[in-house]
Design a protein. Structure first.
Lengths: 158, 109
């Protein structure tokens, strides 16, 4: 009885290997990374624009309390919703673990930016010297996510 | 007609390596360019701390933001690498599909 079960399993495994090889050779291409997702592309592009507008605004608001956290809280609230939407979309797409991790990193950085802004209190502004590396970090993040998304346009115009 | 295993392996290997060689340089360039930008940002943060324009808690948050952004970039490098491998595997399979179809005497496409 046991040897019958083992023999059946061995034949099944052998058949599975043959079918896999035939599937591979029959024009079924390998896919290791998710397909291009236009909605993610559009959402990340829009979010980058929002962040850039925010940094430009902060650079021009050199005097508290206009530059303070409380007067700019809406940016953080809205951006958290935007990033959360990107996370949900990324999680719904198969083979998309990298973008899920990237969206998580983006959310964490948004929270850190918010903490940094809060630390300034209502009497200090984020200076232009501080905004420069912050802008660089977020821009690099957005470019990274978009670069990978666009690279997924296999065989399509990129 | 018997399948020439050596010929199949050689064709696959050549196609695989050729495809990887095509994709690798642009990934390397991207990683290096982003690495330079982060190094510059870290230098800016250090200068701000030394000049007393930011305190320790603020410097720590700045550094965490840079670290996380670097992570996002390297995740993309990993993704581009996976896409390069995917392209290489598919190129290798494509290179031998005709050979295998002929040897087996049936069209699998």
């Amino acid at each position: 009885m046991i040897s019958y079960v083992m023999e059946t399993r061995r034949r099944g495994l052998f058949l599975g290997v043959i079918v896999s090889v035939i599937a591979l050779l029959s024009g079924c291409a390998i896919q290791l990374v998710s397909s291009y997702d236009e909605k993610t592309d559009v959402a990340v592009t829009a979010l980058q624009r929002k962040f850039e507008s925010f940094f430009v605004k902060l650079e021009s608001l050199k005097v508290p309390p206009a530059c303070g956290y409380e007067k700019n809280k809406s940016f953080y609230d809205e951006s958290k919703v935007d990033v959360s939407a990107i996370q949900v979309r990324a999680a719904a797409v198969p083979l998309n673990e990298i973008v899920i991790e990237q969206a998580k990193s983006l959310f964490e950085n948004l929270e850190r930016l918010e903490q940094l802004h809060k630390l300034k209190g209502e009497t200090r502004c984020l200076s232009s010297d501080e905004i420069q590396p912050l802008r660089q970090a977020f821009t690099s993040s957005f470019i990274a996510i978009l670069k990978l998304e666009l690279a997924k346009k296999r065989g399509q115009a990129k | 007609m018997a399948l020439d295993i050596n010929a199949v392996a050689q064709s696959m290997g050549t196609a695989f390596l050729s495809s990887l060689k095509n994709d690798a340089p642009s990934i390397k360039t991207y990683a290096e360019e982003e690495g330079k930008k982060f190094a510059q940002s870290l230098a800016m943060i250090e200068a701000l701390k030394i000049a007393g324009k930011i305190d320790e808690a603020e410097a720590k948050l700045h550094l965490e933001i840079q670290k996380n952004a670097t992570r996002t970039v390297f995740l993309t490098v990993r993704g581009l690498g996976a896409l390069a491998v995917e392209n290489a595997i598919n190129a290798a399979l494509s290179a031998v599909r005709g050979m295998v179809n002929t040897a087996l005497g049936i069209s699998l496409l």
